[in-house]
Design a protein around this ligand. Structure first.
Ligand code: BYC
Length: 307
């Protein structure tokens, strides 16, 4: 059978495309782009919360936060490994990240000045990540779909730890409740931006949906996230900072306002409030790790008997 027809049939019949299968070059490139951005997001995403590890208020909170941030490193590694099955080179992807030639999620360019941010990131950012990533367990490329299954299980632990931290803070003092509300006010709109631009401006969606790399549009997932989050906010006792937010019985969904899309594009271009700091930190970590890469290289040459 013609290779292209076989590929199309695999996609149409909900089978998975595997590394040794023939695939169109555009499909391979789109996957490397999306999976690399996702991997970079996990690795850069360690920084905003990592900021609080040394200052977590108890041993229990510190152990939970350490475990969560370590999980994110693991997610980055599974995802880089998935790009390698497509012929990408991890060192090259890292180089592209630290020189600003490849993107990572806009959300990680916002600072975390308050300890409540740890809870709010778990609740809203991991909550948004779950909405976006559960459908990716059914993405058409096998290694990516399988990596997403484990990632999603861990993300749901992350979301619960965030919500549990916020429930505890909301049952505390007025000052603690105010900290939570202030953090929700800062993170609500950036969390909505995580789903990407509105469908009309999403340049990649049409092709990615046709190839079943993406399973839902950006706006569909954003709506799902809002519908899921509103009752959680009510239970928690916080106000979501959107005057247009209300239940629409006719649609069976919440209506809500639009994020500031100019701000989104500025952040994506690298002009976010903590953008330069995040990349500088990642670049330094990479340079500081040079001796490890060098030692590993020499060790493997020794084992192969190369002088
Ligand atoms: N930030 O055509 P579109 C996590 C770019 S990790 C920055 O709709 P696509 C977590 C987009 O790349 C979160 N850039 O794109 C980790 C494209 O530019 P290029 C990351 C964005 O790919 C640690 C342009 O805008 N999750 O959750 O079809 C701790 C047009 O957009 C963003 C993933 O990566 C953004 N928010 O759809 C806690 C999930 N949005 O590349 C949590 C996998 C869009 O053409 N990725 N852009 O130059 C996806 O599902 C899709 O890539 C997206 C975007 C829905 C994000």
């Amino acid at each position: 059978m013609d290779l292209e027809a076989r590929f199309e049939r695999t996609i149409a019949s909900e089978q998975r495309v595997e590394p040794r299968d023939w695939m169109p070059e555009g499909y391979r490139k789109t996957l490397v782009r999306q999976i690399a951005q996702h991997a970079h997001s996990e690795i850069i995403g360690m920084q905003p919360e990592g900021n609080w590890i040394t200052r977590a208020p108890s041993l229990r909170r510190k152990a939970i936060l350490l475990a969560k941030v370590q999980d994110e490193a693991g997610h980055g590694l599974y995802l880089y490994a998935a790009t390698e099955t497509l012929g990408a080179d991890r060192a090259d992807l890292t180089e592209k990240l630290i020189t600003g030639r490849q993107k990572y999620s806009s959300i990680f360019n916002y600072p975390t000045p308050s300890y409540a941010d740890v809870g709010v990131i778990g609740w809203l950012v991991d909550g948004a990540a779950i909405c976006n990533q559960v459908p990716l367990c059914r993405t058409s490329y096998g290694p990516y779909a399988r990596a997403m299954i484990r990632i999603c299980k861990e993300e749901s632990f992350h979301q619960r730890q965030g919500y549990e931290l916020l429930l505890t803070m909301m049952a505390g003092t007025d000052a603690q409740r105010a900290m939570v509300q202030e953090s929700v006010d800062r993170f609500w709109w950036p969390a909505l931006m995580m789903f990407g631009p509105p469908d009309a401006e999403s340049t990649n969606s049409e092709q990615s949906l046709a190839w079943r790399i993406k399973r839902d549009t950006n706006d569909e997932l954003r709506q799902k996230f809002v519908d899921m989050t509103v009752p959680q906010a009510e239970k928690l006792g916080v106000t979501l900072p959107d005057p247009e937010l209300r239940w629409n019985a006719e649609r069976g969904h919440h209506d809500f306002g639009q994020p500031d899309w100019d701000e989104f594009w500025q952040v994506v271009k690298g002009n976010g409030p903590a953008g330069a700091q995040r990349l500088a930190h990642r670049r330094k970590a990479h340079e500081d790790g040079e001796w490890v890469r060098e030692a590993a290289r020499v060790h493997s040459e020794k084992k192969r008997g190369v002088e």
